[in-house]
Write a protein that binds this ligand. Structure first.
Ligand SMILES: C[S@@+](CC[C@H](N)C(=O)[O-])C[C@H]1O[C@@H](n2cnc3c(N)ncnc32)[C@H](O)[C@@H]1O
Length: 251
């Protein structure tokens, strides 16, 4: 069967995905969980064969970041997600080669996973690195990280759970920092709203690319306040531009 989806190419600059069609390459890896296999609620402890903190990387790309993080933190289990089939495939290849047991890869849209497949208070940390920037002013409402998303993320983080966000787009980072300032259940772990240096934080492929060009990357680190009340969240609506898969076109 030939499953076809719209190409996820040109992730950084253009507003709408190009009309090119790309074949979905089936992923055969012990690190990959097809999303249809995810019962609700999913038993992560059974999947990983142990009770351990669970962390999530959203938009893992080709897996550079999660590989480093999982190697540094064998005591944590990681979910690495992306909507990009080839990225999931490359992430799995890296994990297979490294023989890591504490990462699983899912091809799933971030809000779909957070909303429908993860329980409240279930995540020790959420990492979002260099998400699609939607730099054009008229497309900024397509950015993943907005108030609605942050309220949902807050709900899925365990008390004292951590949120990390990085981007080369200063206005995106400023926007996220300002939104976070309006959510007092998140406390700032930095001395400033954001920083250009986050010691000990692994570099993702995109971060490395920007830094190699002499461009800055900005980091945010917040923590869910252990006792502060969380605001209610609304189920996010998936709109065009979030690069989710088109109905009827996917596997
Ligand atoms: C610009 S790339 C950055 C990749 C990686 N984080 C890095 O820093 O090298 C953004 C990635 O996020 C993925 N992505 C974008 N929106 C997403 C969403 N709503 N849910 C899951 N992944 C998403 C894209 O497919 C792409 O692989």
């Amino acid at each position: 069967m030939t499953d076809r989806i719209p190409s996820p190419a040109a992730p950084r600059f253009e507003a709408a995905p190009p009309a090119r069609i790309q074949r979905v390459i089936p992923i055969v890896s012990k690190h990959f969980i097809p999303v249809e296999r995810l019962a609700v609620p999913f038993d992560w402890a059974a999947e990983f064969g142990r009770q351990a903190p669970l962390a999530l990387e959203i938009g893992c790309g080709t897996g550079h970041f999660v590989l480093q993080l999982a190697q540094r933190h064998p005591e944590v289990d990681f979910l690495a997600i992306d909507i990009y089939n080839k990225g999931c495939l490359k992430t799995c290849s890296k994990l297979d080669a490294a023989g890591l047991g504490n990462v699983r890869v899912l091809r799933v849209e971030a809000r779909e996973l957070l909303l429908n497949r993860l329980a409240a208070d279930s995540l020790r940390a959420i990492y979002i690195n260099c998400p699609d920037p939607w730099p054009k002013k008229r497309h900024r409402d397509r950015r993943l990280v907005n108030r609605e998303f942050l309220a949902l993320a807050l709900h899925r983080l365990e008390p004292a759970g951590n949120l990390f966000f990085s981007s080369d787009q200063r206005d995106y980072v400023e926007e996220v920092a300002a939104t976070l300032a309006g959510l007092p259940a998140f406390s700032n772990r930095l001395a400033a709203p954001f920083t250009e240096e986050l010691p000990g934080y692994p570099l993702s492929k995109y971060m490395r690319r920007f830094l190699d060009q002499g461009l800055p990357v900005y980091f945010i680190h917040r923590q869910r306040h252990p006792t502060a009340e969380r605001p209610a969240f609304q189920a996010p609506e998936l709109r065009r531009g979030y690069r989710s898969r088109r109905p009827g076109k996917e596997s």
